[in-house]
Design a protein around this ligand. Structure first.
Ligand code: GLU
Length: 423
């Protein structure tokens, strides 16, 4: 029976690297029809915070990594104490003040790691190990071993930074008379420069990605590629198909470089394939929070979403690009103004404003006809007018088609903005 666990400490927000550890545990359990356990390692009373715990649970649920069993180490102090007393009674541990310390025997220890193969360690390098601290709380390794044994974890899948803890933990298993599980230490996630993933390389907390408008499907898809590959250079992978081929043994032991661009690309793919109405449901509350004054009409809102869907890398892009609609005003940055609006085009703008104002139906088709008639009458290239008009109406140099944009702005606003530009 496959039983795996993800064991975060609630001493910070869920890190993107920890989310990958959770994902690989979860995928392994789901692929094998096993159990995935969430164990909160909150023995450090000073650094553990409820706020972090809430966020970790929330982020895991948002990613869809739901668990079959749940434990909190702070509920289990009696169990750790009982096992430390057993070791004391058997003479395998000794007391140092109030602390309980394991006697480390001299020997070599072999660890079989599913990703790295055999690792041999000489315990000469190890000092005697504190199991219970003088304040009555267990050390990380002791609580971890007692729990992994009692919870019948079949394989410990965790970050490579825990390899150095493994020999001590093996000694604790042996002292307690428990059989050690298998181990699989995942490669580090590196930033694009090859360093350890840090804030410099982009966000490190899952919740930051969430606020930036990444979809959970895209994050999960991206994370599964960090160290594992479904083959055939496949990048966009559906979970159901990934589960058919996922195997711990196929995880690479070299560090996996994090690419923000690839994550963005995947996110844009998931956005594109989403139903517009579903996407609108996600965007609506974000837009309402950002533009509290705006009045969102469902049909128009969906139409906006439709227009931008193919261009967005993140949901935040939509909010940023549509400010000229939802904020009720247009804001042109000085650089764009210098590039596209430095030449006085009052005459052209006024004529266009006049023609647009005269339209009955105001849609992408009628505005385009009016626009074409204006450039023909003035004897100028459409391109000479398209860019200045777009910048004047939206404050942006790029966006969906100009006439679609005019249509969503509506006649009154479009005409008003054109008239105001060169005042
Ligand atoms: N609480 C440890 C951590 O967050 C878990 C290590 C382990 O999986 O054994 O790093």
């Amino acid at each position: 029976m496959v039983r795996v666990r993800f064991a975060p400490s609630p001493t910070g927000f869920l890190h993107i690297g920890s989310a990958r550890t959770a994902l690989f545990n979860w995928m392994y359990a789901r692929a094998q029809g096993g159990q995935y356990i969430l164990r909160i390692e909150d023995t450090d009373k000073v650094r553990s915070k409820q706020e972090y715990l809430d966020e970790i649970l929330d982020s895991l649920k948002w990613l869809g990594l739901t668990w079959d069993e749940f434990y909190k180490q702070s509920d289990r102090f009696d169990i750790y104490r009982q096992y430390s007393e057993k070791l004391l009674a058997e003479g395998k541990a000794f007391k140092d003040g109030e602390a309980v310390v394991l006697k480390v025997p001299q020997k070599t220890i072999k660890i079989y790691d599913l990703i790295r193969g055999e690792i041999t360690i000489d315990t000469k390098e190890l000092k005697d190990q504190v199991l219970m601290k003088s304040d009555g709380s267990p050390t990380y390794s002791f609580a971890c071993v007692v729990d992994d044994a009692l919870m019948e974890i079949s394989c410990v899948i965790r970050g490579e930074d825990h390899i150095s803890n493994t020999p001590k933990q093996i000694l604790i298993y042996e002292a307690l008379g428990f059989k050690a599980p298998k181990f699989a230490h995942l490669p580090l996630i590196l930033d694009p420069e090859g360093g350890r993933m840090s804030k410099r390389a982009g966000a490190t907390a899952v919740t930051e990605y969430r606020t930036q408008g990444f979809l959970p499907q895209a994050i999960v898809n991206y994370l599964m590629l960090l160290g594992w590959s479904p083959g055939n250079n496949q990048e966009k992978v559906a979970m159901a198909s990934a589960l058919k081929t996922f195997s711990i043994k196929k995880i690479n032991k070299a560090g996996a470089a994090f690419s923000f661009e690839k994550l963005q690309w995947l996110n844009s793919q998931y956005i594109k394939e989403m139903e517009t109405s579903q996407l609108a449901d996600l965007l609506k509350p974000m837009a309402a929070a950002r533009y509290p004054q705006a009045n969102f009409q469902p049909v128009e809102f969906e139409h906006m979403v439709q227009l931008y869907k193919g261009r967005m890398n993140t949901l935040a892009d939509f909010l940023e690009w549509t400010d000229y609609i939802f904020s009720g005003q247009v804001c042109v940055d000085p650089e764009l103004r210098a590039k596209h609006l430095s030449q006085d085009m009052r005459k052209e703008f006024d004529l266009l404003a006049e023609r647009l104002a005269a339209l009955g139906d105001f849609n992408a088709k009628t505005t385009e006809e009016a626009f074409r008639a204006v450039v023909a009458q003035l004897g100028i290239e459409a391109g000479t007018l398209v860019h200045p008009v777009r910048v004047a109406l939206t404050g942006k140099a790029v966006g969906p088609g100009l006439f679609d944009t005019m249509a969503v702005l509506g006649k009154e606003t479009a005409v008003h903005r054109l008239k105001e530009t060169f005042k």
